[in-house]
Write a protein that binds this ligand. Structure first.
Ligand SMILES: Nc1ncnc2c1ncn2[C@@H]1O[C@H](COP(=O)(O)OP(=O)(O)O)[C@@H](O)[C@H]1O
Length: 333
């Protein structure tokens, strides 16, 4: 036996973002700069499922980072059909799937109808609040995953008559005076994020996260946060950032337990390691803008001291070392 061999992973999980399936011909993004492969995205999901199923270390679960079907389905009255197709594909293997909600979920379905639906993977009794799709789960002792709701504050999926809609409208209008609120403010800075296809985290959700992380700090857990919207400006283009990303970053930096934030939404992907906290911010390349002869999924192998992302196709391999706990604690103190 080789005495120098490193111990194997504690567990692994699959990651995939922005599948945006629709049974329509290829098209382009709004700026006409990126091709979108609406139909073939289902086959790329099938490729990912096949790889996870055949993996020597069976993934403990799959993290679906939002935008599972495209908003175009709504206009064709095909939302349920498209969702059936995607969930049938996910269901072809016994892997548990944790669904994050993105803007395209909310183009197809109202927020109220998503709660309790097949895209609701939360344990109902244990959400951040009755109207907040944020929850946590622990696949293996010592590790916690927190799914966040990036549209808890926002215009999407809510009746215009609701207080929450009106409050989000006045918030976005402070920064965006375009007639079409999907058109980001014509600015060169991070205020470009104030577009209707983004949203933010309510105070209730942030308070809940703070208490979940306090408990995780105490128990010395390693926490990975999953959000459709990226929250670090160096991990995405500014147009895709969460409205109140800064409030989320402040909470993360006040806790020693967070090791990684995983997001979707920016189909080009992105990555940075926060210099101050050592937290890794990984934005996964989107399936929808991935040619049929490539792939966009990953398998993350988790060790005591690191996570290793094995990417496929457009997603690169990465080693994400966990920052030294004592260093983090001294930064917080
Ligand atoms: N620059 C823009 N100006 C106006 N509308 C836009 C702009 N960018 C996107 N949109 C609109 O916003 C919605 C979401 O855009 P989309 O590119 O589909 O989002 P995602 O990046 O989540 O796939 C679509 O209806 C799209 O037409």
């Amino acid at each position: 036996m080789d005495g120098c061999s490193r111990p194997g992973p504690l567990f692994s999980f699959g990651v995939i973002a922005d599948i945006q399936y629709a049974d329509i011909d290829d098209g382009y993004n709004y700026c006409q700069s990126r091709r979108r492969y609406y139909r073939s995205s289902l086959q790329l999901l099938a490729n990912a499922q096949e790889s996870w199923s055949e993996s020597a270390v069976r993934p403990a679960f799959v993290l679906q980072l939002g935008d599972v079907i495209d908003g175009f389905n709504k206009g064709c009255a095909a939302s349920d059909r498209a969702l059936d197709a995607v969930l049938r594909q996910f269901g072809s293997s016994p892997l548990e799937v944790h669904h994050v909600w993105g803007n395209h979920e909310l183009y197809n379905f109202s927020r109220s109808s998503l709660f309790g639906s097949r895209l609701d993977s939360s344990p109902r009794s244990d959400r951040a609040g009755p109207d907040i799709y944020a929850y946590h789960f622990s696949p293996v002792p010592g590790f916690l995953f927190v799914v966040l709701d990036g549209y808890d504050v926002g215009l999407l999926g809510r009746p215009e008559s609701s207080d929450q809609y009106q409050s989000a409208l006045s918030q976005i209008r402070q920064h965006n005076n375009n007639q079409d609120l999907n058109c980001p403010p014509m600015l060169e800075d991070l205020r470009q994020r104030f577009a209707m296809f983004n949203g933010g985290f309510s105070k209730a959700q942030l308070d809940w996260l703070h208490s979940v992380l306090s408990d995780a700090d105490e128990k010395q857990l390693k926490v990975t946060i999953a959000s459709h919207l990226p929250v670090h400006p160096d991990s995405t283009c500014p147009i895709c950032l969460a409205w109140n990303y800064d409030e989320l970053l402040a909470i993360i930096s006040a806790h020693s337990s967070v090791v990684c934030v995983m997001a979707g939404h920016d189909h080009d992907g992105g990555y940075c390691q926060d210099e101050e906290t050592g937290v890794h911010h990984l934005t996964l390349e989107g399936v929808i803008e991935t040619p049929p002869d490539s792939n966009a999924f990953g398998t993350v192998f988790v060790y005591e001291d690191r996570m290793v992302l094995k990417g496929s196709g457009r997603i690169s391999d990465r080693e994400l070392l966990f920052c030294d706990k004592n260093k983090k604690l001294s930064l917080i103190a």
